[in-house]
Write a protein that binds this ligand. Structure first.
Ligand code: GLU
Length: 482
């Protein structure tokens, strides 16, 4: 008991001292289209740094040369800019820092915390296959650790981490508490490859230490690498950062989020017209919630309320439908002028027309890219309608033609085409033709828009314009008379 409270006190104190100089980072690998998971991790790092008046750093982890995609770095930068998460330092690039990793590897070998290994790829491959055949987890058998190779030839050996044979390695995780690994279960991982490039483990630790990262907030998938990192900090005599491993985002069937079941590329969300505000808001709801449980909140509100200890490690489900709902909420709450500005990238409609039409569809718009589809009947001369859809249930073709003729005259005569005069011109028509208001207005809606679910009728007709409204009535009459 006494022991436990002592430990709790210590980690809280550590917490406090770290909070005076918070530095976080997002460290994406430029291997393809920026991933929704990168935005998720970036968000928590960014918000945590901002909350504590700290710095948020961008570091490009480009040491895996086989998976490098040249345009990926620019895409990462564009995505973070789009989301409005400005970094305070960087982008740093690991490929610019190779000498630092080589120096650290040398220091580790000299200290006896790492060793050279010249086992051939063939031998390692054979070893792996044998272990797999026995149902064992593949790992290095420490041949070169037991028998140091002599006369090493440049370019033929790697550097491996010398994991202690006994004991355990622990670290604190703000989301998961204290985590302990048995050293005997940890592999002597390669930290420097034969071409002099570092692996992730060495580069990440050297950089986080060098860049004075106080809190490493990253995806759960790196949790199992963390004991190696904790040991590297010890060996390099650097202060270990505080860890927070975020839960894995999941598909609705609870599998790890994947392309097949959910779009994962940030570019897709941007193209579809999800607002960055909504994407960040939704990501903030993944494993985290506002103290008052409200679901719609802004980035500054998130920053103000963020507490990493309140993250739930159980994998949250990323549900596109819910994001769509939230995006709609954001669209509805946005001032018309601001939304018009945002829409410009998503529509061929000019801004004067956007301003005219927007009030009619803002309520129903879920994604900015839907704007043209949702409003096409305002702009196209011809819309697709079919005769049998024009005729209301329980009405005949002849009655419908009669009704269309009855309304067309008074509409044509309107001098100042606005919603008030349209409403006035149609006011007595249901009674005149003996139809219910619903039947009449639904029929007009369909004839004018090709759909029954449209914005308020009079406003819609005003926006469509007198000439086109009349032309569409005539077209309907012709279609029914054919
Ligand atoms: N380069 C790693 C990635 O792509 C970074 C992992 C970490 O944050 O330590 O996710």
């Amino acid at each position: 008991m006494a022991n436990r409270s002592l430990r709790a006190l210590r980690s809280d104190e550590l917490d406090k001292s770290r909070l005076s100089k918070v530095r976080t980072r997002i460290a994406p690998s430029p291997t393809g289209d920026p991933h929704i998971g990168t935005a998720y991790t970036a968000l928590f790092n960014y918000a945590f740094a901002k909350k504590h008046n700290g710095q948020f750093i961008l570091r490009i982890e480009d040491t895996d040369r086989t998976r490098l995609v040249p345009e990926a770095e620019q895409k990462i930068i564009d995505s973070l800019n789009w989301l409005g998460m400005k970094w305070d330092e960087g982008p740093y690039r690991q490929s610019d820092r190779l000498n630092k990793y080589q120096k650290a590897a040398k220091e580790l070998v000299e200290k006896g915390a790492a060793y050279y290994c010249d086992c051939s790829p063939d031998r390692l491959d054979k070893l792996r296959k044998e272990q797999q055949a026995k149902g064992e987890v593949p790992r290095y058998d420490r041949k070169c650790r037991l028998n140091q190779p002599k006369n090493l030839k440049e370019g033929t050996f790697v550097v491996r981490l010398k994991i202690p044979e006994e004991g355990e390695t622990s670290f604190d995780d703000l989301v998961r508490g204290r985590i302990t690994f048995q050293n005997k279960d940890i592999d002597d991982a390669v930290i420097l490859k034969s071409d002099g490039w570092p692996t992730y483990h060495l580069a990440v630790v050297v950089d986080d230490a060098d860049m004075k990262i106080s809190h490493v907030i990253r995806a759960e998938e790196w949790l199992s690498s963390t004991p190696k990192h904790a040991l590297l900090y010890q060996f390099l005599e650097k202060e270990t950062p505080i860890y927070a491993h975020l839960p894995l985002l999941r598909n609705p069937d609870r599998s790890k989020i994947s392309k097949r079941k959910n779009p994962v590329s940030l570019a897709w969300y941007r193209e579809q017209g999800y607002l960055p505000e909504a994407v960040l808001n939704y990501l903030a709801l993944m494993g985290w919630s506002m103290p008052d449980s409200r679901e719609k909140f802004s980035l500054p509100e998130f920053i103000e309320n963020l507490d990493l200890k309140r993250i739930d490690p159980a994998g949250p489900v990323f549900d596109l439908q819910k994001l769509g709902w939230l995006n709609g909420e954001w669209i509805r709450s946005m001032a018309a002028a601001q939304l018009t500005e945002r829409l410009k990238d998503y529509t061929r409609v000019g801004s004067i027309d956007i301003t005219r039409i927007l009030p009619l569809v803002q309520e129903r718009l879920k994604k900015l890219a839907e704007f043209d589809l949702l409003t096409s009947y305002f702009f196209r001369k011809e819309i697709d309608i079919v005769p049998k859809e024009i005729i209301p249930k329980d009405k005949t073709k002849e009655e419908t033609v009669g009704t269309l003729k009855t309304i067309s005259g008074p509409l044509e005569k309107i001098e100042k085409w606005d919603k008030e005069s349209i409403e006035k011109a149609l006011a007595d028509k249901p009674e005149k033709v003996g139809w219910s208001k619903t039947d009449l207005f639904q029929m007009i809606r369909y004839v004018q828009t090709g759909s029954r679910a449209t914005p308020p009728l009079f406003e819609t007709l005003e926006a469509i314009g007198q000439e086109v409204t009349i032309a569409r009535i005539r077209k309907a009459i012709n279609l029914l008379n054919q």
